[in-house]
Design a protein around this ligand. Structure first.
Ligand code: GDP
Ligand code: MG
Length: 162
């Protein structure tokens, strides 16, 4: 079986957009309507000749009730099934309390974590990514899932953690 990379993070940080970027095609549904990606979450992917499975954990989230608890549960499930966790933060928002709580769960798991600082659409937003060193899980990799900025570097980091 191919190794699993679980994409974890709060709603709207760009998980599904990033999954599409990783797949190189528009397949994971970007949620403008909450709940639309619930049915299909695992995809076969390949980068530099290595195959892996990407899981878009956003599809596991229930509707807004108890969101923080639901995201914590999402993180727990993700670390159980994944070899590597790709933790996505919206760099333009910065680290929230929910992000900090997820980090605690991820760290305790001992699984490798790659931190994607998403929505860094241009060089002017690089400092937003730098601020995410405060999460204490290593280098925030500045990316723009929407525009594809630095997504190759991110995938290299994911594969080297596998
Ligand atoms: P998810 O809930 O984490 O799966 O987030 P989505 O992938 O559905 O994206 C939520 C919103 O953020 C959508 O409107 C996306 O177009 C937007 N978005 C995702 N990635 C980026 C990015 O890199 N830059 C910008 N500016 N917007 C993004
Ligand atoms: Mg989504």
């Amino acid at each position: 079986p191919s190794p699993v990379v679980a994409v974890v993070g709060r709603p709207n940080v760009g998980k599904s957009t990033l999954v599409n970027r990783i797949l190189g095609r528009r397949e994971a549904v970007v949620e403008d309507v909450p709940g639309v990606t619930r049915d299909r979450v695992a995809y076969d992917a390949e980068w530099r000749g290595r195959r892996f499975t990407v899981v878009d954990t956003g599809g596991w989230l229930p509707d807004a009730v108890g969101l923080a608890a639901a995201i914590a549960e999402q993180a727990r499930l993700a670390v159980e099934l994944a070899e590597v966790v790709l933790f996505v933060v919206d760099a333009t928002v910065g680290a929230t309390d929910v992000d900090e709580a997820v980090v605690e769960i991820l760290r305790r798991s001992g699984k490798p974590i790659v931190l994607a600082a998403n929505k860094v659409d241009d060089i002017g937003a690089e400092s937003d990514a730098t601020a995410l060193w405060s999460l204490g899980i290593g280098e925030p990799m500045a990316v723009s899932a929407l525009h594809g900025r630095a997504s190759g570097d991110l995938l290299d980091a994911v594969l080297s953690a596998l």
